[in-house]
Design a binder for this molecule. Structure first.
Ligand code: SF4
Length: 266
């Protein structure tokens, strides 16, 4: 029997993914849609508030999948500290959970998933990568859609729409100056600029990340780090001490060449 299509918004806690989810439900009806979220347990509490308020506004429940480990626990299990080049937390906590869910939709519910992402034109290279990824995994290709690039003709300011028309306050991560709202500023794929921003606006989170890195180094007796400098390790402790010595402002302008987490869907 042919599978019935089901429209799945990859819901991240970001403004664009919320807007795309809203449009998807308006177009296809709530009974044919799913709001899908993979929880890393590191998300900022205000993201959960935002996600719930948006789901209420749209009139659909959030479907959540949780591996049960935090990124730190994944690093310990795999004996590998995630960094700007390779982040196993994303693979374990987000990608695997998504693939399990897609298989479940097909095998147990005879549904054919179509995935919706809130990625905008300024990140179209990421749309290409995601399209390519879901063409090959899971076993059968999965259709991907990027309405912010493919469908909406005009330049929509989703943040203004959400705050002014929907009356929902955006996640505080935006106010703090982060472009993605994932993992409460602790993304191991963030680079020098990201961590300078974190140190400036949210030093407690920086301290947690520094502590995690130091614990990992000590526990496994490995000279590894989240950031890399001249091809070698450069710890958050070293970076913080340098920012304290030289002043943080200069570090906020560094252009990072990191690849955002596959799970930061905007
Ligand atoms: S947002 Fe960053 S830290 Fe969080 S799961 Fe993705 S890669 Fe890991």
């Amino acid at each position: 029997m042919e599978r019935k299509p089901v429209h799945v918004a990859m819901y991240s806690g970001g403004a664009s993914s919320a807007y795309v989810a809203y449009q998807m439900v308006q177009t296809h009806g709530v009974e044919n849609c799913i709001l899908f979220f993979t929880n890393t347990l590191w998300e900022d509490e205000d993201n959960y508030r935002f996600m719930e308020e948006v789901a209420d506004y749209i009139g659909i429940e959030v479907t959540e999948r949780i591996d049960g480990r935090t990124p730190e626990e994944v690093f310990i299990d795999t004996r590998f500290l995630g960094n700007s080049r390779l982040a196993k937390c994303s693979e374990e906590l987000k990608v695997k959970q998504t693939i399990f869910f897609l298989e479940e939709l097909r095998d147990e519910h005879n549904l054919e998933p179509i995935l919706y992402f809130g990625i905008g034109p300024h990140e179209s290279h990421r749309a290409v990568n995601l399209k390519e990824f879901y063409e090959h995994r899971p076993l059968e290709p999965v259709e991907t859609r990027f309405p912010m690039i493919e469908t909406f003709r005009e330049d929509i300011d989703v943040k203004v729409i959400i705050e002014e028309e929907w009356g929902i306050k955006l996640p505080r991560m935006y106010e703090l100056g982060f472009s993605h709202a994932n993992c409460a500023g602790r993304c191991v794929r963030g680079g020098f600029q990201h961590y300078a921003q974190l140190y400036k606006v949210w030093p407690d989170q920086y301290a947690l990340q520094e502590e995690m890195e130091e614990n990992f180094r000590e526990h496994f007796e490995k000279d590894v780090s989240i950031l890399k400098k001249d091809g070698g390790p450069y710890t958050l402790k070293e970076y913080r001490e340098r920012m304290d010595r030289e002043g943080i402002e200069g570090f906020l302008k560094i252009q990072d060449e990191t690849v955002p987490c596959v799970c930061s869907f905007s």
